[in-house]
Write a protein that binds this ligand. Structure first.
Ligand code: T6T
Length: 345
């Protein structure tokens, strides 16, 4: 179920994403510049007694700049609140690797768990074990198909991001031709919704056809080979949508390697520096960026609210943050460029 929803206003003001290339988040100062990895004792401990709460953040994978930027936002907020934030996870996107980390972390009895589950169903049981042990769980980015056990959930508006990608490709291709999707894998709440939004929007164009949907298992090199093969197989191809960082980067690499820069429009997700480089070069034409630092910050705030008896401050429905659309034309605008992801914690 896709839930739209109400952001709690803690002094952060949001403007609904506008149309086309200029959709911006307003008045949002991203926390940044926090250094150090692993167990991060709050840097503001001088102001607080020893941290009373240990909040664990398990990202989809630890090496992905999207989650690194989320970790930066979470750590900055934890430092402010005097919370000890522990960051741990697998180095690749894998339910097989994430599950034992989730299980083992339960034995350390954290105060709360923030997690981006790599599968919306397979992680239900391991997460439910925390809830049964009285530990609140908040999902950040991805979530569970059954959110009823969660204390909160924060993500981007993924369906809208998919729609925005489709609109951009359709307009660039004058509303005719074939398009393809390169996605991560089935069962990931965020990228499933991006694909749904994209396909729903494409249905509105009678002269456009989705010729293929590929799954790259979060591998950039796989996405690149898929893009090359799609270009060879479909002479009417006018656009490719890469639903996340690695899919988008691979799609861009494939289009560049095939010599189709400017002929095949690439719409991608996320804003990691080398993706942005391809955007500047016009190989990728549009990026739907997210605000992972804000997701991390809100996740820590909600965990703290829960632990300090202010559950009423946590929105009941999943919080959906607006996307930031970046294009080759506007990437040098500092109001847009500030959303480029960071590559180290
Ligand atoms: O797009 C992000 C994240 O939102 C998605 O759930 C998984 O892929 C990323 O981490 C980018 O690689």
């Amino acid at each position: 179920m896709r839930m739209r929803n109400p952001l709690r206003n803690r002094g952060w003001r949001y403007r609904a994403a506008g149309s086309g290339a200029a959709a911006l988040l307003a008045a949002t100062a991203l926390a940044s510049g926090v250094t150090g990895a692993g167990t991060a004792a709050a840097s503001a401990t001088t102001k607080h007694a020893a941290p009373k709460y240990n909040v664990v953040l398990i990202p989809g994978l630890t090496t992905d700049p999207f989650y690194i930027t989320m970790g930066i936002g979470a750590k900055a907020e934890a430092a402010k609140l005097g919370v000890n934030l522990i960051w741990k996870g697998a180095t690749t996107w894998s339910t097989t690797l994430q599950t034992p980390i989730v299980n083992a972390t339960l034995a350390t009895h954290p105060s709360a768990l923030l997690i981006a589950p790599t599968d919306s169903k397979a992680l239900f049981k391991p997460i439910d074990a925390y809830v049964k042990a009285g530990i609140p769980v908040i999902t950040v980015d991805t979530t569970l198909a059954n959110q009823s056990i969660l204390a909160g959930a924060v993500s981007s508006d993924n369906f809208q991001g998919g729609e925005a990608a489709a609109k951009a490709i359709a307009a660039a291709a004058h509303y005719k031709g074939g398009v393809a999707v390169i996605n991560v894998e089935k069962g990931v709440s965020t990228t499933d919704l991006r694909q749904e939004g994209f396909l729903a929007q494409m249905k509105k164009y009678p002269h456009m056809k989705v010729v293929a949907t590929e799954y790259d298992n979060d591998s950039q090199t796989t996405a690149e080979s898929q893009a090359r093969a799609l270009i060879l197989a479909h002479s009417n191809l006018v656009g490719i949508f890469g639903t996340n960082l690695y899919s988008a980067q691979g799609a861009g690499d494939g289009v560049a390697a095939s010599g189709d820069k400017g002929k095949i429009f690439v719409a991608g997700y996320d804003a990691e520096p080398s993706e942005v480089k391809l955007l500047r070069q016009g190989v990728i034409n549009i990026l739907v960026a997210q605000n992972p630092a804000q997701e991390g910050k809100l996740g820590v705030q909600y965990a703290y609210d829960y632990l300090t008896g202010k559950k009423n401050l946590i929105p009941k429905k999943q919080v959906l943050l607006p996307n930031v659309v970046m294009t080759t034309q506007d990437i040098n605008n500092p109001a847009i460029a500030k959303y480029i992801y960071k590559t180290s914690l």
